[in-house]
Design a binder for this molecule. Sequence first.
Ligand SMILES: Nc1nc2c(c(=O)[nH]1)N[C@H]1C(S)=C(S)[C@@H](COP(=O)(O)OP(=O)(O)OC[C@H]3O[C@@H](n4cnc5c(=O)[nH]c(N)nc54)[C@H](O)[C@@H]3O)O[C@H]1N2
Ligand SMILES: Nc1nc2c(c(=O)[nH]1)N[C@H]1C(S)=C(S)[C@@H](COP(=O)(O)OP(=O)(O)OC[C@H]3O[C@@H](n4cnc5c(=O)[nH]c(N)nc54)[C@H](O)[C@@H]3O)O[C@H]1N2
Ligand code: SF4
Ligand SMILES: [Mo]
Length: 728
Amino acid sequence: MKKFNRRTFIKAAAASGVVGSVPMYLSLADHKKVASEEPLKKVWSQCNGCASMCSKAVYSKNNRLWKVEGHPLHLKSGGRLCARGHGMAADVYNTSRVTQPMKRVGDTFEPISWEQAFSEIGEKLGKIVEEHKGDSVLWVEHGPRGKFYADILLDLIGSPNYCTHYSTCFTSKTNVWPKMVGDSLAADHENANYLLFVGRNFGGGIIPNGMNKIHKAIERGAKLVVVDPKYNEMAKIAHDWVPIRPGTDLAFYLGLAHTLISENLYDRNFVNRNVLGFSEFWEANKTASADWASEVTGIPADKIREIARDMAASAPKAILEPGWHGLNCHYVNSTQTAQMNVILNALVGNFYKIGGLYPGQDIPFGSVDRKMPPFKRKGERADGAGVKGKFPTVEPGRGIAQITPQLVEEGLIKAVFIYHYNPLRTAPNPEYQKKIKDAELVVVIPTDWNETAVHTAHYILPEDYYLERTETPRNNSGHLAHIYPQISIRAKALDPIHDTKPLREIVAGICEAMGYEGYFNFTIEDEVKAALSTVEGLTPERLYEEGTIEFTTHFMEGVPLEFKTSTKKINFKVPEYEANGFSGVPTWVPPATWPKEENEFRLIHGKQPWHSHSITANNPYLMAITKAYNGEWMWMNKVRADKLGIKNGDTVTVQSSVSTKQAKVKVTELVHPDCVWISNSYGNFSERQKDGYGVGVNFNDFLELQVEPMAGGTNSQEIIVKITKGVS
Ligand SMILES: Nc1nc2c(c(=O)[nH]1)N[C@H]1C(S)=C(S)[C@@H](COP(=O)(O)OP(=O)(O)OC[C@H]3O[C@@H](n4cnc5c(=O)[nH]c(N)nc54)[C@H](O)[C@@H]3O)O[C@H]1N2
Ligand SMILES: Nc1nc2c(c(=O)[nH]1)N[C@H]1C(S)=C(S)[C@@H](COP(=O)(O)OP(=O)(O)OC[C@H]3O[C@@H](n4cnc5c(=O)[nH]c(N)nc54)[C@H](O)[C@@H]3O)O[C@H]1N2
Ligand code: SF4
Ligand SMILES: [Mo]
C-alpha cells in the first residue's frame, strides 16, 4: 500500500469566521458561572450538517458547548462554517432528541433499557432470519457512514440488502461516471476560465469554500454562466443567468454538443484517442441542433451557440460543473442528462487537466484486525438493484431506498433497520412510506424524534450526537478538485448528556443478543489506529491535535493510458446500458410529465443556504431565519400569478395526484413561468419537533413513488400541481 507524508500543519488559532453557539438550556446565572470558572477545552470534530463534513473546532466548558469554529485548511470550509454548521451544533441540547431507547406501545413509546432493547430485538431478528432467511432483512441509511458496522450484521445473518439515500440525491451521476469514465471527476473551478453551472448552486446547496473558489476565478477574469429555472444565489454573481424550461436540460446539452461538433470546435485529438462511440452518438443526434434545442428549452438558439463557442474558446480550462442533486434524480431523462454532462466535458477535452476536471486525491486507510463473519450465502437483493430482469443497471452498492414500503407490502422484507435517515420526510409520498411500520420489526437509529421514528419505529435506539462521538478518519475529496489529499477526524468533544450510544455499540449489542460473539472485539481507538497504519509518521494523537492534515500530492496532469471502464476507453456509448435494453448513447427523452392547463405548474425545488434536508427544520436559530425571510413560501412567476389573480403573500391550494395542501406564494419575475419553486426543507410533520412542525410544504408530499429504470432515482420533479387561489 502507498505511504503518504504530512505536508502542512496550520494552527487552529488561525481560524476565522467565528460565531458563538450558546447552549439552549443554560440560565443566565448558570451561563455566567460556566463562563467565569471553567477552563476552555478544544477538540476537533467534523460538522454533521451535510456531506461536506467541515472540520470544526469545538470549544466547551465543563462539558457545555461554548462555540465552534471552522478549520482553515479544510477543503470544503476553507475556515468558514455556514449557518447550518453553527446552528446545528446547538442541537445537542435540543428537546427533540431521543434521550434513551424507546419501544412502541400503540401510538406512543415507552422508555426501556438498552439491555431490554437488545435482547428483544435480537430475539425477534433471530426468529425472522430463521423463518424467512437473512435476505428478508434490510438496512437503509443516509450512508455510507454506518456501512462498516451494518455490514457485520448483514454478513452474519446473510443479507445483501444494504441501501443508501443516493436514489433520492444524485444517483444518475454516480451511475454514469464509472461506466463512462471509470472514475468520478471533480471540477477545478479556481483555475478554470469558463464555468457553466446547470442545475447546480454553490450558494444554496452550499460548499462554503466552493463559492470562494468561484469568486477567485471570476476575479481572475473567468466567465460564469448559470442555467436554472430559478434566479438562484449563484446567478447573482454570474455574467449570465439563463432561465430554462425545467426538465429540458438534456435538449440544451444536445444543442451544445451539436454546435461543438457541427462547427468543428471540439477537441478532436482527445476524442480520437480516448473515446468509443463518438460516431454512434453523432449519428443518433445529428438533428438535435441549437435551433431544435431552442424550441424545447425556451433558450434562444444564439445563446446556446454562444455558450458552446465560449466553452470551446476557453478549452481545456472550460468546465460544465458535473453537478449534484439539481439534475441527477429529478426526471425520467436524468441518466441521459448525466451522460451528456460527461460527453460535453470530454468534447472540450478538459479531463485530468488543471482548470478542468480531475479525480479526488484520496489516502487509503487501513482496517482493524478482527474476527470476520463466516461466509454465508446471500440471496438476491430485494429492491432488484443490479438484478437481471429487475433493475440490472442500478448500482447494488446504493440500492433503491424509496421502495422500502413496497418491499414490506410485498412481503419481501420483514425487518427494517433505518440509520441516520428520514425517509418519511426525504423520500416520495410520506403517507405511503408510513407502511414501513407494517414490517415485523422496524428499528430506527436516529438522534431525534424525526418523522420516521415517530411513525414507523417499533424500537428507537438513539445514537450519540455527533459532538459526543469519535469516528474513524475520512478523506475530504469529492465535488471540489484539489491536488493535495486531505484527511480529517471527528473526535468526541462532549461527553454524552443522555442515555445514548455510538453505532458500534448498538450493532454489537444486537449481534451479541443473537448469539454472535466476538465480532466487535475492538474499540474506536483501535479502529483509528488501524486506519492510520498506512499513513507514514502520522499518529492518532497528531491527527486529534491538528484535526485536518494535508499531504503531498501524487497527482500529475495527463490522460491515463487506460480508463477503468469495461472497454478501457471513455464510453460515449455505454455497453452496460446497451446490454440491458437501453440506448447506449443518450438521445432526447422528454420528461414524463408536462404542465398543460392554465393553473398547472411543474413543482421544482432547491436547497436554501440555511437549511439541510429535514435535519435542520427543527433548529430554532435556523427557523428564525426562515421566519425573517418567508423562506417557506412558494415562488411563482408574476405573469402566471396575475392570470390566476394571485398576489404576493396569498395562500393557495396546491394539488397533485398524491395530495392537496396549502402554501403561501412569493410572486416574482425570478422563476420560469412553467414551474413553481419551493425550498426543500419544510413540511415537517413530527409533532415532537415543535419548531419545524407544520411550517410550509415539501415536494415529497406531492410526489408519486417512481423508480427511474437506469439509475433508480425518484424522478423528484415529475410532479405537476394544480394551483388555485385560497383554501379549497
Ligand atoms: N424533504 C426533502 N427531501 C429530500 C431532500 C431535501 O432537501 N428535503 N434532499 C434530497 C437529498 S439531496 C438528500 S442527500 C437526501 C437526504 O436524506 P436524509 O439522509 O434522510 O436527510 P437528513 O434530513 O439529512 O437526515 C435524516 C435524519 O438523520 C438523523 N440524524 C441526524 N444526525 C444524526 C446522527 O448523528 N446520527 C443518527 N443516527 N441520526 C442522525 C435525523 O433524525 C434526520 O432526521 O434527501 C433527499 N430528499
Ligand atoms: N444549504 C444546503 N446545502 C447543502 C445541502 C442542503 O441540504 N442544504 N445538501 C448537500 C447535498 S446532500 C446536496 S445533494 C447538495 C445539492 O446541491 P445542488 O444540486 O446545487 O442543490 P439543489 O438546490 O437541489 O439544485 C441546484 C439548482 O437546480 C435548480 N433546478 C431545479 N430544477 C431544474 C431543472 O430542471 N433544470 C435546471 N437547469 N436547474 C434546475 C434549482 O432551482 C437549484 O437552484 O447540496 C449540499 N449542500
Ligand atoms: S457546509 Fe455547513 S452544514 Fe455542511 S458540513 Fe460545512 S459547516 Fe456543516
Ligand atoms: Mo444530496
